[in-house]
Design a protein around this ligand. Structure first.
Ligand code: ZN
Length: 430
């Protein structure tokens, strides 16, 4: 397929240039100012279009997709641990296999409609653990997105469930080692719900598969406080002690990590994922992303995987917190997600140059002011909208055209999802 005449943009380094690109299979194979169509080649006229690499959501929970609008618990939570116990852990307990499948479908549909082509999902369904990652893989595969999946290992449900979670990660990591569209990580809930023997088992799994851990780290103060009380050391100490702090690790949130701990994380070249909407919604505090360094990405932590929406929240929250002069370039977090995905898949995702993954989004964005490489982040924050998307391509396939996912019947999927959500909510009350 030949995409002709689009303005190709990338974020790091900022670049904007008009060029044609040729896609073969799941890869961009050529880029030039005037590529000639080959015989029989499909040609997409992209004149006047802005083309960006597909967005990466570096931390989320697809199972939250069926929670939208659900009734609040009878006793409203007053702290983050209460929020987990009364809302999120009741929700994941209520999921069966079909609910896992449809929540992943709905989440993936929302992702492609907003230009997100890779999703790092952190999954939990304690009553349907074995095979749950395959169910998500199947749903993502139907919609067409890439997935980096893991099962959330925790001690909150006892040893049997902990071991089933470890086994599910182990199985999925082995099954997707060479998969072009899916990879596994070693899923872990958070330091405060994991005893030492569980972290040791996670460390063994990470070493065996040469995979990173995907864990919540200091999302709320309770994680650090409870870790210190129970283990006499901090979260980063524990993660490091069990061999999990390395360049493959994905640490979500980092809201309450000390300066020293952030420095240790960045020194180890581990990834930090900022989730501003979730942080604000759970009132856990402001993440010090100005210290996160260049290995930082953006996640949505259960909110729809609309990365430009998340970017706006990151931008405004940052401005409010730090003032005008110290604002961090939030847009660099988008590029961070692409770099993280590139490392996980072992293929460049983001540069829109030969050899890169054919993951891209096409916008009909008519800029009312000059659009340059330097001011592209400002256009992304203030102007570019999902409604302007004309095409979303993941792994060389169109997955969404003009807001409509091309591989599924959205009405049918949403209809079944509504029925299942009502069932899940009933189970949560029961
Ligand atoms: Zn999370």
């Amino acid at each position: 397929m030949l995409l002709k005449g689009g303005s190709l943009a990338s974020l790091h380094p900022p670049a904007l240039a008009r060029a044609d690109i040729r896609v073969e299979g799941d890869t961009i194979v050529a880029r030039g100012s005037s590529l000639r169509p080959k015989a029989g080649e499909e040609v997409e006229d992209c004149r006047g279009r802005l083309i960006l690499p597909g967005f990466v959501c570096a931390h989320t929970h697809m199972y939250s997709a069926l929670s939208r609008g659900m009734p609040a618990p009878a006793a409203p939570p007053t702290s983050f641990p209460e929020m987990l116990r009364r809302v999120w852990w009741r929700l994941d307990e209520a999921l069966d296999e079909e609910a896992v499948y449809y929540s992943a479908m709905v989440g993936a549909v929302e992702a492609v409609r907003t230009g997100t082509t890779t999703i790092f999902d952190h999954h939990a369904s304690p009553n349907a653990i074995p095979g749950s990652l395959d169910i998500i893989r199947e749903a993502f595969g139907v919609v067409g997105v890439r997935g980096v999946l893991c099962y959330e290992v925790t001690d909150r449900g006892g040893l049997r469930r902990r071991d089933a979670g470890l086994a599910e990660n182990d199985r999925f990591l082995a099954a997707t080692r060479a998969d072009p569209q899916f990879r596994g990580l070693v899923g872990a809930h958070a330091s405060f719900t994991l005893r030492d023997s569980s972290l040791a088992a996670l460390g063994d799994l990470a070493r065996y598969h040469r995979a990173g851990v995907h864990i919540h780290a200091a999302e709320a103060q309770d994680d650090e406080r409870r870790t210190r009380r129970a283990h006499g050391c901090g979260i980063v100490d524990r993660i490091e002690r069990h061999g999990l702090l390395d360049e493959r690790a994905v640490l979500a949130h980092g809201v309450h990590l000390s300066k020293r701990d952030i420095a240790r994380v960045t020194e180890a070249r581990a990834w930090l994922v900022h989730n501003p909407r979730s942080n604000m919604n759970n009132a856990v505090g402001h993440a010090p992303i100005e210290r996160f360094g260049d290995r930082a990405a953006l996640g949505t932590d259960g909110w729809p995987a609309d990365m430009l929406a998340e970017l706006r929240f990151a931008h405004f929250r940052e401005r409010e917190q730090l003032g005008l002069r110290r604002a961090h370039p939030a847009a660099s977090l988008l590029q961070g997600g692409q770099s993280l995905a590139s490392e996980v898949f072992g293929v460049p995702i983001g540069p829109l140059s030969p050899g890169s993954a054919a993951d891209l989004v096409v916008y009909n964005y008519v800029a009312p002011t000059p659009l340059t490489a330097a001011n592209l982040p400002a256009h992304l924050v203030a102007g570019v909208q999902p409604s302007m998307l004309t095409g979303v391509m993941a792994a060389g396939r169109w997955v969404c055209r003009n807001g409509v996912p091309v591989n599924i019947d959205v009405e049918a999927v949403y209809g079944r999802a509504r029925q299942l959500a009502a069932k899940v909510w009933r189970r949560m009350r029961g």
